[in-house]
Design a protein around this ligand. Sequence first.
Ligand code: IPE
Ligand code: IPE
Ligand code: MG
Length: 270
Amino acid sequence: MAGKFTSSTQAIPNVSGVPRHIAIIMDGNGRWAKQRFMPRVAGHKRGVETVRAMVKSCIARGVDYLTLFAFSSENWRRPAEEVSFLMNLFIGALQGEIGKLHANGVRLKVIGDLSAFEPRLVALIREGEAKTANNSRLTLTIAANYGGRWDILQAMNQLALAHPEKAGRYGEADLAPHLAMAYAPEPDLFIRTGGEQRISNFLLWQLAYSELHFTATLWPDFDDAALDAAIGSYRRRERRFGRTSEQLGAQPIAVAPEPTLASPAADQDA
Ligand code: IPE
Ligand code: IPE
Ligand code: MG
């Protein structure tokens, strides 16, 4: 299957003033707490409030997909007490929020290698996803024990197992449906709070043509004004996808889609 959404490297996606998909690296919780002479974990706790607020704000602004990096595959390197606090915070947030998310029409998805999590957490994730599966107001994706390299490798391995006969001839459209976020269009806008200007192994494949916005605002301080500043900056970008500025007014030039294993023509975004 070629996937429901336009690949930014195979055809020109439709773009509008409201980013359809926003992906955020929620960074700066520890520093927020440190500034207040509080333990780092107090920043994580406060960060959950920002998540709650941003879900509401994205719904209000007509964003369809919000993806949040909650725990990277490298975050296991942190002190054991912090890791365990984060796991418990995740469990607590799922227990407390699923009902509200569901009531607000939010579909919950969790991407990442869940095999490392305790069974209780995995069960909560699966229950939450199942309960909200048919909601369509906003898709909220939490990336937990996620790594961009892990994602590409797990997709590659799935593809190789499914189609060993095509080894050596795999194309982009063969791999795409196996990526963890195949259910979503590529992020239009990437935001990283906390001042660092790096990707930290977040969505590597999917960010190919995303607009990047870095802000020094720490995640617990990120609010509607900060979100609007990010969206404002996004609106001022010229998304060329390889074309020249002069071409943008003209008819979009489609890149010839690769033939795929299951369907000969790549689908287009509606
Ligand atoms: C981001 O905040 C949250 C997670 C990585 C879980 P940090 O904990 O990285 O905060 P800083 O970067 O130390 O301030
Ligand atoms: C990235 O933040 C991961 C999450 C926000 C979950 P980090 O704070 O772990 O990133 P680095 O290590 O500073 O790059
Ligand atoms: Mg950090």
